[in-house]
Design a protein around this ligand. Structure first.
Ligand SMILES: NC(=O)c1ccc[n+]([C@@H]2O[C@H](COP(=O)([O-])OP(=O)(O)OC[C@H]3O[C@@H](n4cnc5c(N)ncnc54)[C@H](OP(=O)(O)O)[C@@H]3O)[C@@H](O)[C@H]2O)c1
Length: 324
């Protein structure tokens, strides 16, 4: 069984290039998906506290460790949620995550979003007066939270990084601490190339993990997996459109974490195909007049009244991420 290619992080750790995403996997689905994925060769799992299914992942891991793999064979990423950004809460939430997964360490722990919520009132604390909005903690900065991650015991967290961070946010936490995140996990697919962010990360040796690589489409646009250009390339290569989209991310040096709970897709998404430079350019061209970011928390329900990426729709937000 091929275990696929891997990336070497700035820490020296080996990160398998294709991992399994677990967001929006329904209850009872993710346990089977994770077990099936590990049996099929996946060694990289992308989890988060907010997905509220880490206990199911833990149940799956009990079925495959040690009979199929050892814990050391796996690369497990999880993410600190916004309501535990405060120094007094970060390690407590990490401990909860470790208990849910049933492991004593993570390979990588990320700050999930560059925005803090007040602690102690659930994962999406309601705003005191504005119905349909989450409460925002305007005091805790990204530097505070990055320092909290840096302070976590190395025995529990082998590498630390961030997710959804912009160049300015990355520069801010690096300047304040001198500690460079190992990874920035960002939305990345042909409609969202983010060349400036990618170039900055490369210059700092920050590895990029591509989330929503298939363009997980929560806003009703045509699916990237059904795009005519992607279909043409896939047909010619004898590949699926999802494999072509994963290959587009791999061509850019990303690790890529497609989510599926369907056995056939779990297997096929993991099978790596290579894109020629010409096909890579062809797929990249889809995004030239069709820039799309699918995941914008300002549009969530409940809404986060925050400008994170400076997208046009976010400019009306009351808050922006507090860096320092
Ligand atoms: N850091 C962050 O803020 C953040 C945000 C979003 C996502 N993520 C991570 O990234 C992972 C992947 O992103 P995502 O879940 O948003 O989207 P995605 O992987 O781009 O797309 C997932 C969707 O595509 C479908 N799909 C999977 N394989 C397919 C195939 N071969 N052909 C056609 N459709 C296919 C899945 O349905 P089925 O399950 O039915 O196959 C699901 O509806 C997440 O699960 C999560 O772990 C992180």
């Amino acid at each position: 069984m091929s275990l696929g290619k891997h990336i070497v992080l700035s820490t020296g750790a080996k990160l398998p290039q294709i991992g399994l995403g677990t967001w929006l996997s329904k209850p009872k689905e993710v346990e089977h998906a994770v077990e099936y994925a590990v049996r099929s060769g996946y060694r990289h799992l992308d989890l988060a506290r907010i997905y509220q299914n880490q206990d199911e992942v833990g149940a799956a891991l009990k079925k495959v460790i040690p009979s199929v793999v050892t814990r050391e064979d796996l690369f497990i990423t999880s993410k600190l949620w916004n309501s535990a950004h405060q120094a007094a809460y970060a390690e407590k939430e990490l401990d909860e995550t470790l208990a849910q997964i049933g492991t004593d360490y993570l390979d990588l722990y990320l700050i999930h979003w560059p925005i803090a919520f007040p602690p102690g009132n659930g994962l999406n604390p309601p705003h005191a007066t504005k119905e349909g909005e989450v409460a925002i903690d305007t005091e805790t900065s990204l530097v505070d939270t990055w320092k909290a991650l840096i302070a976590l015991p190395k025995s529990k967290v082998r590498a630390i990084g961030v997710s959804n961070f912009t160049v300015a946010q990355l520069k801010g936490i690096i300047a304040a601490t001198g500690v460079v995140p190992a990874v920035n996990q960002i939305e990345a697919h042909p409609l969202l190339p983010q060349d400036e962010l990618v170039a900055y990360c490369k210059s700092q040796n920050i590895h990029i993990t591509a989330y929503s690589p298939l363009g997980n489409n929560l806003i009703g646009k045509p699916k990237l997996t059904e795009n005519a250009v992607v279909e043409e390339v896939a047909q010619r290569l004898g590949a699926t459109t999802a494999q072509v989209l994963v290959a587009w991310g791999a061509h850019r040096g990303y690790s890529v974490i497609p989510k599926s709970v369907q056995e056939e897709r779990i297997v096929s998404n993991f099978k790596q195909v290579e894109l020629s430079e010409e096909d890579y350019q062809k797929i990249s061209a889809i995004g030239h007049d069709n820039y799309t970011r699918f995941n914008i928390p300002f549009t969530y329900k409940p809404k986060w009244d925050v400008n994170i990426f400076d997208e046009p729709i976010e400019k009306q937000a009351a808050f922006s991420a507090k860096i320092q």
